[in-house]
Design a protein around this ligand. Sequence first.
Ligand code: A2P
Length: 340
Amino acid sequence: MGRSYKVAVVGATGAVGRQMMACLEERKFPVAELIPLASERSIGKSVSFAGREIPVQVLNKDSFAGVEIALFSAGGSISKEYAPIAAAAGAVVVDNSSAWRMDPEIPLVVPEVNPQDIALYKKRGIIANPNCSTIQMVVVLQPLHAAAKIKRVVVSTYQAVSGTGQKAVDELAEQVRALFNSQEVKKKVYPHRIAFNCLPHIDVFQDNGYTKEEMKMVNETQKIMGDKSILVTATTVRVPVFYAHSEAVNIETEKKLTPDDARKILSTAPGVKVVDDPAKNKYPMPLDAAGQDLTLVGRIREDFTINNGLNLWVVADNLRKGAATNAVQIAEILAKDYLK
Ligand code: A2P
């Protein structure tokens, strides 16, 4: 038996933070003590963990004394400020925000793709957890890349509101309720109504016309897969789904891969489940992906407009594999290989 660890969860009352604690519990991560941290708004609240109610503490500079692993999901500005404080106190930070992802001194890790990069955490004490849409895409791309070298990726996403946080989950539910009761629809989180709508707008617009979410998919894919030559172009869209992101992914490879080749490769790829039987109406859907940890892939078919092209439909739970599960998997590798 290995030892157990003092673990802090920053953003413990949020959509991802709560899922992080659920994943620690489900995956039986050896937690000696759990420190749930949030803002002053959460004073008096508690979280349930391993059959106990644990009071939430207000995050401050002294929150990390004795903490060995700190899972952060309280937004970029909190991570920018507090991840170095946690690291200086001796914790290894696994950070779910975008604050550190492109820093060359900080590893950006998807355990199925580049677990070896975790070793770089020793430099700054921080490991970045990638963007949710990027994680599920690279889990599927990596084995195909290893077999046939991917040259170019064109991806369109259909992203669930839970990626924006608990307040967006509440907003979609409230808007649907208001519409069915002929009441006024209120919007606070998104610039437009999200109920029965699609917003081609995730994160902020950049000078180049893309959104920050779209550029994350470009830059993070290259960093995680360790190959700057992979060209990626993305359109990211928020859809009125609560949990699980879907992606239409088109790839061009150097070597020819038939759909059967791809299905065969993906059927043994770690973290991937092929769901691809159109004759029986079987294909990945958010309702099936939500609440579990595998990345589902289906609708695998040839792109007849180019020589070596494939189309794929990729769906995963954005709060789990796209965030919490990936972070806990990183913590598992830390415990097994580094913090013995
Ligand atoms: P709180 O509930 O106290 O506001 P979500 O992504 O679902 O919106 O959750 C965001 C998480 O980040 C929540 O747990 C939230 O805590 C936490 N958070 C937001 N701002 C701060 C802050 N200034 N200090 C500590 N935690 C914060």
